[in-house]
Design a protein around this ligand. Structure first.
Ligand code: BGC
Length: 764
């Protein structure tokens, strides 16, 4: 074998490399990559910048899949491949690269391992509602351990696009609307995917996406334009990307959108100035799927022009446009780009492969034997079950009879479990479940029956179609077939089941493909077919629990007014059945808090808690002529950021401050006493917010600055303290300097962003 792999792993050459590095003071990585690049032709260097989709049944974008990929690999024209699964299949591609191409450079295999591989975790928006960096990290570690057995070494996560518009389907993939919380969780994903050592064969290289501002797409329509002031960018949107870079993310993906007139993929300022020079990112930048080609539709020019623009923006890898591979040589011959630019891109890709250890062993991420025991193993599933239960948000829990709230349900009597997702293996996985085989999953109905055997009787009814409109329903189900049964037949059966039961548990909301990529919606209420079913169930007079399955904040005004208990379970993943039963029947209590605002009307979006005050503010529940509100709907959200109930209640004292002033070098402590006033143990999230009351630029009415999980027994009290310092009060001023300005501040502590206590302090 004439491969670099074997040559470079020999102890002799390694020692020689070390000696020569010491001479020129190059790191072993630099020396290795330099030596390799000296042997490469221009075409081979360009080949390293080419990322292609494998001809499989995993589709994550529009492209013509190459039928001749093996030959392209042999010719050194493919650097990386995405969308392939299976240890044997990946091994064969790799074998061809290392044994049959001239230099034997290993291929980097990537896949969207976003919220699990075979063990499926909830969608990221759900996971964010646990506000738990430890859980996030663990979920990524487990998914990395599973995916790496197949040969995957690179995942396209974390996604930290801030989104304030529930119409955008990709809100499901992010961490909610707060930039700091999103950055904390994003950094935890990076640590979970990558571990401490990128070459560890049980970790993956992470890819931060979508850089940048993709979540601010106009009108919530996917891929749409973003036009944003620098003030807003720096104060409200860029922080999570920066925090992931600081956490050491190995690669970054450009976004599809146009930003202030330049598509992100052609934006030199974003990639070179901000990301590399200012934030010191030293990995490689890949485009999103076909994003270079799409710049033609954006209106930048032909193939040659858009390719030149992308390379000039220091984009290193072309995902699925096949334009670097076809255009760069010509552009170089025409002297429109330099060889150094191609070298830089190639070098950064090779560095990544070096860091992943692929040159030491191209099969290090390909361990089918480990896969046999690792994939979907009991320990992974148990962790997923715990994490999943912690993401559920209790939105409402009315007291129905004898002073008992409806939830948790007793494990006795007759339960009607209703809804098309209740006995379905696939739908509750969520939008990025491309890798998982759902035939191994249990349904909620199966788990519930088994868990309640001998104690309670459970009957299931499908209930309704996802929509009355068959065209829409097919879009919602994408590749799956809708129920063959009529609306009437489904409804009659559901009502008969409800009448038989003591309590109705309806799982309704969104099908899997109603959120995620290219899944923007103008109507974010329950589809009429589901609403009508719910209304009919309520009319039976039986108590109804709504388990809400969703990937976005939905408009639930009718549900809030008419359904006694609503538990948001999002898209819970492979352990849906157990996690839902754990919480529904009270073995665990819900403890999630919303990271995204639920509007009362779609006309309110974009709606977010950390908005500016305007010059004509109005109370959230008020109306006033000549004030900043609507004639027909108040400004109040249906459920605010930070909101989440549990099976007990809490009381919070007023805030105590250790000092009412703060200087640049001092800190103060803000404390409250929290008491569990209910009858059960419970966990809640105590949240700290501040507001800068007067500054050189306008500032938000609230900004999250800290949070703590607190678990209390009935009657127990605990002091909860937060340290506040000047660093936490910094923002970007009109000159984009990161400063804190002396003046008065409002400090707030509460269990959601609206229900807060206040205290005043000043920064001197
Ligand atoms: C998505 C990315 C994804 C990529 C690769 C694109 O369509 O926007 O989030 O990582 O495909 O599958």
């Amino acid at each position: 074998m004439k491969t670099i792999v074997r040559t470079c792993t020999s102890a002799f050459l390694a020692a020689m490399a070390l000696v020569s590095c010491q001479k020129q003071q190059l790191s072993p990585e630099e020396q290795f990559v330099n030596d390799l690049m000296q042997k490469m032709t221009l075409a081979e260097k360009i080949g390293q910048t080419n990322l292609l989709p494998a001809p499989t049944n995993i589709f994550t974008g529009i492209s013509e899949q190459s039928q001749d990929m093996f030959n392209q690999i042999r010719e050194g024209k493919v650097g990386s491949i995405l969308n392939i699964k299976g240890a044997d299949a990946i091994r064969e591609y790799q074998r061809i690269a290392v044994e049959e191409s001239r230099l034997g450079i290993p291929i980097l295999f990537g896949l969207d391992v976003i919220h699990g591989y075979q063990t499926e975790f909830p969608i990221p928006l759900a996971v964010s509602c646990a506000w738990d960096t430890v859980g996030v990290k663990l979920s990524a570690q487990i998914a990395a351990r599973e995916a790496s057995t197949d040969g995957i070494a690179w995942t396209y996560s974390p996604m930290v696009d801030i989104c304030r518009d529930a119409r955008w389907g990709r809100i499901a993939e992010g961490n909610g609307e707060d930039p700091w919380l999103s950055g904390l969780l994003g950094a935890a994903y990076v640590k979970g995917w990558q571990g401490d050592d990128l070459s560890d064969p049980q970790t993956l290289m992470a890819c931060l996406k979508h850089y940048a501002l993709y979540g601010a797409a106009e009108s919530g329509r996917d891929y749409n334009t973003t036009d944003m002031s620098e003030n807003r960018m720096f104060n409200e949107y860029l922080l999570p990307y920066q925090m992931c870079v600081e956490a050491g993310v190995g690669s970054v993906m450009t976004s599809f959108n146009d930003i202030n007139g330049t598509p992100a993929t052609a934006n030199k300022w974003l990639q070179d100035d901000l990301l590399r020079k200012q934030w010191k990112f030293d990995g490689f930048v890949v485009t999103d799927y076909g994003a270079i080609r799409e710049m033609k539709a954006h209106g930048l020019g032909d193939d040659d022009v858009v390719t030149e623009r992308a390379l000039n923006a220091t984009v290193d890898m072309d995902m699925c446009s096949e334009l670097y591979i076809t255009q760069l040589e010509k552009l170089l011959a025409e002297k429109r780009i330099t060889e150094k630019q191609i070298d830089d891109a190639c070098r950064r890709v090779l560095q990544a492969k070096y860091r992943l250890g692929l040159f030491d062993d191209p099969y290090r991420y390909n361990d089918g034997e480990r896969g046999k025991t690792e994939l979907f193993k009991a320990e992974n599933r148990e962790a997923a079950r715990q994490i999943t239960a912690s993401t559920f948000v209790l939105l409402k829990n009315d007291t129905i009879a004898a002073h008992y709230p409806l939830l948790p349900l007793p494990k006795r009597g007759r339960i009607a479990l209703i809804g098309p997702m209740a006995n379905n293996q696939s739908q509750l996985r969520g939008c990025w479940s491309v890798p998982s085989d759902h035939t191994q999953y249990s349904t909620i109905f199966e788990v519930m029956k088994q868990r309640l055997e001998g104690k309670a009787e459970v009957r299931y009814a499908e209930g309704c179609h996802y929509s009355y409109d068959p065209v829409l329903e097919q879009r919602f189900l994408w590749t799956e077939a809708p129920s063959p049964r009529s609306h009437k037949e489904l409804l009659d059966e559901a009502l008969a089941t409800a009448r038989w039961a003591d309590v109705v548990v309806a799982i309704l909301g969104e099908a899997k493909e109603m959120t995620g990529e290219a899944a923007s919606m103008c109507n974010i209420e329950m589809q009429a077919s589901q609403h009508d079913l719910l209304e009919a169930l309520v009319k039976t007079g039986k108590p109804v629990v709504l388990l809400l399955a969703n990937g976005r904040p939905m408009v639930l005004k009718w549900e809030q007014e008419n359904i006694p208990a609503i538990l948001d379970v999002w898209f819970p993943g492979s352990e849906a059945g157990d996690a839902i039963c754990d919480v529904l029947f009270g073995d665990k209590a819900p403890q999630g808090h919303l990271t995204t605002t639920f509007p009362q009307h779609v006309g309110q979006v974009p709606i977010y808690y950390n908005h500016k005050n305007t010059g004509r503010p109005i109370g959230e529940n008020d109306y006033g002529k000549f004030t900043s509100g609507y004639l027909d709907v108040t400004n109040a959200p249906l459920y605010p950021f930070g909101y989440g109930l549990t099976y007990t209640t809490f009381k919070m004292s007023d805030i105590r401050l250790s000092s009412s002033t703060l200087t640049a070098n001092s800190s103060l402590t803000a404390s409250v006493t929290l008491t569990n006033t209910g009858k059960r143990e419970g966990t809640t999230i105590v949240q700290l917010y501040t507001r800068d009351l007067a500054a050189s630029v306008t500032r938000p009415v609230q900004e999250l600055k800290g949070f703590k999980h607190v678990t209390l027994q009935p009657g127990e009290s605990q002091e909860v303290s937060f340290e506040v310092n000047a660093e936490m009060l910094k923002f970007y001023n009109a000159q984009l300097q990161y400063v804190c300005e002396p003046g008065d501040f409002d400090l707030m502590i509460g269990l959601d962003c609206r229900d807060v206590k206040h205290a005043a302090f000043a920064l001197k």
